[in-house]
Design a protein around this ligand. Sequence first.
Ligand SMILES: Cc1ncc(COP(=O)(O)O)c(C=O)c1O
Length: 420
Amino acid sequence: MNFSNYAEHYSSQSGIVQLMEDLSIAAPEGTTLFPLGGGNPAHIQEVQDAIRDSAAALIGDANRFARMIGDYDAPQGHEVFRACLADQLSALFGAKISAEHIAITNGSQASFEILFNAFAGEFSDGSWKQIALPIAPEYVGYNDMSRQDGPILKSTAARIDLLPDRQFKYGVDLTEFSVDSETTGAVCLSRPTNPSGNVVSDEELSQVASRCKAAGVPLIIDGAYGLPFPGMIYAEATPFWDDNTILCLSLSKFGLPGVRTGIVVGPPEVTKLISNANAINGLAPARTGPELVLPLLMNHRLSELSEQVIKPHYLRKQRLAIEVMMSAAHDLPVRIHQPNGAMFLWTWFEDLPGGADELYRRAAREGVVTVSGRHFFQGLDATWQHANECLRLNYAGDEDTVRQGIERLVAVARQQYLEK
Ligand SMILES: Cc1ncc(COP(=O)(O)O)c(C=O)c1O
């Protein structure tokens, strides 16, 4: 097939392509599969029940159901859902947010494709601007988003603070990170962060936000795991918003990755751009997510379930994962990132001969699927040894899978350490 240059934007070498393909990987012959790789959230019974009840009510309402499947939505997305969410976000942030400030997309991943290309690349004065990530490692899905002739990401390597109990925490290196409006179109960070489970502190976030504001550069906060839903934050952290912020939310980690719903909250000129992109690229965003979730938003079950069910669920899973990792790797130079949010154990195999890529490959042959850390260090100038020593494990799976998966992974790592 003879593709144009544009097709190069969809390279199968992309980390996110590998990650999504690994979600449907089959176990190697004669082995059991331990999927600790991709970003599937847990199937939590109480959440599933609430969504199923909502679906049953929707099917029982002939009019609503007919509209959901039979009509295109407005290109900016479901009006009533946007108005209701706007009220709740106004209360959360103590700000005046209206339906105009919100646009729906077919998943956050789709939101980032539009935002990154709208704020970075070539400008009318001939300048080239980039999206600055204040911390690398960052979400692998930000990579390969450029639909223009050149890379659009630049990152600042994280500061590493070593903590007790064989933990560490990434911080924004404020001596290295700067916002220059000549070269930076927008700044973006995920809070909580995929892959590390980091939650950037209030103080650091306020520093980043004020540098953005002073430079007149928007700050994109990726709240896919944050507040108000799914609320996977296990540390003190104040939700942040100001008129220079674009907040990206998603229904995926609440438990609906299959319906593909992303939410962009930002100034009306940004949400209008998203709306136009929706119309041009796909006519309209899907109605299914907003329709299903609207009743749960209206009666506040969405935030209740997030706080009272989802958060404790993942905290239990996290405790197990840490306990198993610490016990299995007690004799190895292994550290984990302080898990303050999301659903990942970000593990640092210090000085591992052959690195984490090799560990990823060997573990996959034994049926243990993980994600090699190097994919998450996009946009860095220099190669950094640390980037070759980390691995991301998703602990959302059932107890046996997580326990056995981690134990097997560590056994493979121990063998690899012996090859020094
Ligand atoms: C930090 C982060 N942002 C955005 C996304 C994209 O989510 P979705 O496109 O399912 O809304 C993910 C998915 O794993 C993520 O981890």
